[in-house]
Ligand binder design. Structure first.
Ligand SMILES: Cc1cc2nc3c(=O)[nH]c(=O)nc-3n(C[C@H](O)[C@H](O)[C@H](O)COP(=O)(O)OP(=O)(O)OC[C@H]3O[C@@H](n4cnc5c(N)ncnc54)[C@H](O)[C@@H]3O)c2cc1C
Length: 285
């Protein structure tokens, strides 16, 4: 289907881009176009203007420092995949991004686009919530930093205002000895997750789990951490018995809806299995 008509702007500075969005409440930022263009084609959006972010140098680059990993909003999936440093700097991120979409989409789709789009079944928002990411945004009132837990508010709904542009995405540093796992079930490799789980924990001197983080994707309106499951893990050796309790607590903690892909009961069981497998991977590392 042909796209609806819109004006197009391709600013070269962030302040110009913000001014373009702030000056027109119906304008939309354009990053990789992999979610926005289909929405235009299906006439789900009718923006008056697209503000292309591709020339904004401030939105580019992957930086790795002692305090963590910073991804510019215009970092594409392919760049994450190709950056060998991330295998140690943030292995959970790298493992999750391996599940995003297909080759062509991975060459165009961006971190900022995925986070702003906020699909409940997308991997990057799930990693953001699980890993306590911070999302730095710029709007007409200046720059602010939003915690991932406050950013996602519903399916395709976020804390962003219409004039705000995501500038970068920050993940806290990743200790080398951390145990982690990522598991996803999709109908075909590269499809959105029917359910997925991202988990990590550290271990104290006696081998018991501390700082457990358990995040689930595709089983609610937006990705969430599951405190009840984290409580099952913290202070315990992550063995078969603990993992079985965590699996049961996961299924009891989520409230998925029936949809055309699966029943709520199926998704509830599936996400428990994803957490179980991710924890087994984590324990075996
Ligand atoms: C067939 C298909 C399969 C896919 N499978 C997956 C999958 O398995 N997992 C997955 O996670 N994704 C999947 N995607 C989505 C893909 O990853 C998209 O690239 C991503 O969701 C959006 O990124 P984008 O850069 O293309 O953003 P765009 O499509 O350009 O923009 C998406 C939205 O974000 C806004 N936006 C973009 N950048 C910014 C910014 N910096 N600041 C503020 N707002 C911004 C836009 O205005 C728009 O509302 C799939 C897409 C397709 C077409």
């Amino acid at each position: 289907m042909k796209l609806p008509p819109f004006d197009y702007a391709c600013p070269t500075t962030l302040s110009e881009a913000v001014a373009l969005l702030a000056g027109d409440g119906d304008a939309k930022a354009l990053a990789g176009g992999q979610s926005l263009v289909p929405m235009l084609a299906f006439r789900l959006l009718h923006p008056t203007r697209l503000v292309d972010l591709r020339k904004l140098a401030e939105l580019r680059g992957i930086r790795i420092a002692d305090n963590g990993v910073t991804l510019g909003a215009m970092v594409r999936w392919r760049e994450i995949e190709d950056d060998a440093r991330l295998a140690t700097a943030h292995p959970l991120l790298k493992a999750a991004i391996a599940h995003v979409a297909h080759y062509q989409i991975r060459n165009r789709g961006t971190v900022g686009g995925s986070v702003a789009h906020a699909d409940p079944a997308a991997e990057m928002p799930g990693i953001a919530v699980t890993c306590d990411a911070e999302i730095a945004v710029m709007g007409k009132s200046g720059r602010r930093v939003i915690k991932a837990a406050d950013f996602f508010q519903g399916p395709l709904m976020t804390a962003l205002t219409s004039d705000e542009i995501i500038v970068e995405f920050r993940l806290p540093s990743w200790p080398k000895a951390r145990r982690w796992g990522f598991q996803e079930f999709a109908r075909r490799r590269g499809d959105f997750a029917m359910a997925a789980a991202a988990v990590f924990y550290d271990q104290d001197a006696s081998g018991k789990a501390t700082n457990a983080h358990v995040g689930v994707i595709g089983v609610g309106d937006y990705p969430k951490r599951l405190p009840a499951v984290e409580d099952v893990l913290n202070g315990q050796v992550v063995d078969e018995a603990t993992i079985a309790k965590a699996e049961a607590a996961t299924s009891a903690s989520v409230e998925p809806q029936d949809d055309i892909h699966a029943s709520a009961a199926y998704r509830r069981a599936l996400v428990g299995t994803m957490v179980e497998r991710a924890l087994k991977n984590a324990a075996a590392r």
